[in-house]
Design a binder for this molecule. Structure first.
Ligand SMILES: NC(=O)c1ccc[n+]([C@@H]2O[C@H](COP(=O)([O-])OP(=O)(O)OC[C@H]3O[C@@H](n4cnc5c(N)ncnc54)[C@H](O)[C@@H]3O)[C@@H](O)[C@H]2O)c1
Length: 417
């Protein structure tokens, strides 16, 4: 069966997932889109030959029609997931929903209740569960190679420029407008750690602060925009927008993310205009950001195993770094290579799970974006929910862990789950 898809929100994620259908035309077809920005909906609309009447300005228009597709991909911003998810579930669409499900625990529960009531297929884009790396790691753990997991040390190195782009200047900088940092960036990590542990979490605790991207940390004499900043200050600032978007990327021929977030048509002229006028040209010390730039989370699992997790902006943007300590061996990984140390033989084994990055979104997240789409399309085509690794219950559980960690960060208390 060829699965008919409707895409709600034709930004970075919606556009990326739409390419699955172009690459696998025998498996999926995009038949309708919705986005208020004409260039965005028309880029997907034109690429997929979608008739004008199925290119909607708002998801609400699409929801007024009888069911147009088998499944809907909801790729709007974080605080615009709940309403369309509930509406399209009631219309009988199978749903692929971007993470986070929603910014509050109550909204997440509302979504799960609506999905269960409608009895539709549902997956949240916890792409890390669908990578080749995770599949191999789970295989190694299931083989007993390191015995029982006692503890895990996990680092999410957000990256200095990625933090500046998304969480200081960009869409996820301000909690009121999107969601708090742990939910926006690390619901993936918390979910992945729960998936690896195969145990419910019983207690959670967190500290985190916005330590650096604050007005008082600005160098003396810095301007509110990088394009207005004195050359000696701009040239010495690692977070300069001119450095991040022009010198480090466009000037080297890189036109994809994050540069294409600044302008739909990536030309030097358009990027410069965006730096002069738009949010991405602002000094990182003069933005309306309030989400944390560093956070630690400690977790105690039901079987007594523990996890310590760190999210921090201040590093190179690399894959997540994880160490897993077991009773018979340990593992170190960079999300590509799994290095296994066996206590009995004192030998190391290295497993390389890297996937070729073709620069497209579907090779993104270590192939997880493709893996997720492929699993979801199979689930819908075969009416087989077991293909989905991130359905209602597991996703709600890991989201509730994130909300509990954030409650701890705010109150200073250990939170029991
Ligand atoms: N799974 C992942 O790893 C991952 C990675 C990045 C982002 N995300 C999540 O994906 C979601 C989308 O992120 P993005 O980077 O694509 O954002 P984006 O801002 O590029 O895209 C969102 C789109 O929704 C459109 N939109 C707004 N109102 C709408 C309406 N009423 N009807 C239809 N469309 C509407 C916007 O115009 C925009 O084009 C977010 O929730 C984000 O947190 C997930």
């Amino acid at each position: 069966m060829k699965v008919k898809l409707m895409i709600i929100g034709c930004g970075g994620r919606g556009t990326g997932y739409s390419k699955y259908a172009l690459k696998n035309p025998e498996r999926a077809e995009v038949v309708a889109v919705a986005d208020p920005i004409p260039e965005r909906r028309n880029t997907i609309g034109d690429a997929h030959g979608i008739p004008e009447k199925f290119r909607f300005h708002d998801w609400k228009e699409a929801a007024k029609m009888p069911r147009l597709a088998d499944a809907v991909l909801i790729c709007t911003q974080d605080n615009m997931h709940e309403e369309p998810a509930i509406a399209f579930a009631a219309l009988g669409y199978d749903i692929l929903l971007e993470k986070p499900m929603a910014p509050t625990a109550e909204a997440c529960k509302n979504i799960v209740a609506a999905i269960k009531k409608a009895g539709v297929m549902f997956a949240v884009c916890h792409v890390l569960r669908y990578t080749e790396f995770t599949r191999r790691l789970k295989e190694v753990l299931a083989s007993g190679a390191i015995g029982d997991i006692i503890s895990i040390q996990h680092l999410e190195p957000v990256g200095y420029w990625h933090q500046a782009h998304s969480f200081v200047r960009g869409n996820w900088r301000n909690e009121e407008e999107s969601s708090f940092m742990l939910l926006a960036k690390c619901c993936h990590d918390v979910d992945w750690l729960r998936y690896v542990m195969e145990q419910p979490c019983s207690q959670i605790h967190s500290f985190g602060t916005l330590k650096h991207f604050r007005k008082e940390c600005a160098p003396e004499g810095a301007a509110a925009r990088c394009t207005d900043c004195p050359a000696e200050i701009e040239g010495n600032c690692p977070y300069s927008a001119i450095k991040i978007y022009l010198r480090d990327r466009l000037d080297k021929g890189q036109i994809h993310w994050p540069v294409d977030v600044l302008t739909h048509d990536v030309t030097r002229e358009n990027v410069l205009k965006a730096l002069h006028e738009g949010p991405y040209g602002r000094c990182v010390y003069a933005c309306d950001n309030d989400v944390v730039d560093n956070q630690v989370v400690n977790m105690l699992f039901a079987n007594g195993s523990t996890v310590s997790m760190t999210m921090t902006a201040f590093n190179e943007h690399t894959g997540r770094l994880t160490r897993i300590f077991g009773t018979r061996g340990s593992i170190e990984t960079d999300s590509n290579t799994i290095t296994l140390f066996d206590f009995l033989t004192n030998k190391k084994t290295v497993i390389d799970t890297a996937v070729k990055n073709d620069g497209g979104i579907l090779s993104g997240h270590g192939g997880g974006d493709f893996g997720l789409m492929d699993a979801f399309i199979s689930a819908v085509a075969e009416r087989n929910p077991s293909k989905i690794l991130s359905g209602t219950d597991e996703t709600l559980e890991s989201h509730l862990m994130v909300f509990a960690a954030e409650e701890s960060r705010r109150t200073g208390k250990v939170v029991s789950l």
